[in-house]
Design a binder for this molecule. Structure first.
Ligand code: FE
Length: 205
């Protein structure tokens, strides 16, 4: 099985070249338009991405009642905020948020493929789909987290959440120290995609 996880160093370039070739072919055959792919990518750049998740987390940091609602009924709590249409659809119907605490750290993976909460996090990074990451995160999460630069104390429990077509998880990281009195708008800047995947903490101020 080991060789299945071994890739050449230029795999991203090769996959990008293959994707470009497929796009050209689909345009040439008249199956998609010249701008189709760019429009989809622009949507993920401007409407559906980690900037949405950051706003939701910042709201949870400043409003404990909202945070409880977000954990209990994630789509309901998100629907109370002012987001573009589409936030509830496109893989967003069954999102669930889990909150980190002083002794609990959450991490999301998809062991089967690459299920991801598109509306709050956008498109998954390349490594999230990597079979080696998916297997190792399930088998030795602490070792993987250390490679991401996250060293958790022995008294912190690690919880893994396996996303699927039924439920797509994201993490509410802990609010960083030194941010009391910060507004939601200021806090948004500290919420990284990695912190909502659980491979990092929120940024320090
Ligand atoms: Fe998946």
């Amino acid at each position: 099985m080991q060789e299945l996880f071994e890739y050449s160093d230029d795999r991203e370039e090769r996959n990008a070249a293959r994707a470009n070739a497929l796009e050209s072919l689909l345009i040439e055959k008249g199956i998609i338009g010249e701008q189709s792919i760019d429009k989809i990518l622009e949507y993920f750049d401007t409407k559906m991405g980690p900037f949405n998740g950051a706003r939701i987390v910042a709201r949870a940091w400043t409003d404990e009642t909202f945070k409880e609602w977000l954990v209990e009924d994630t789509p309901g709590a998100i629907a109370s905020m002012d987001f573009p249409t589409g936030m509830a659809g496109a893989e967003g119907e069954h999102m669930r948020a889990v909150a980190n605490g002083p002794y609990d750290h959450n991490m999301i993976i998809c062991t089967l493929c690459s299920c991801y909460p598109f509306p709050v996090l956008g498109l998954p990074p390349y490594w999230y789909k990597d079979p080696a990451f998916r297997a190792r995160a399930a088998r030795e999460p602490r070792a993987v987290l250390e490679e991401f630069g996250l060293n958790l104390g022995p008294d912190v429990r690690v919880h893994l959440w396996d996303s699927s077509a039924q439920i797509r998880w994201f993490v509410i990281p802990e609010r960083p120290y030194g941010t009391s009195g910060w507004s939601e708008e200021e806090l948004v800047r500290l919420v990284t995609p990695e912190s909502m995947m659980g491979v990092a903490l929120a940024e320090s101020p």
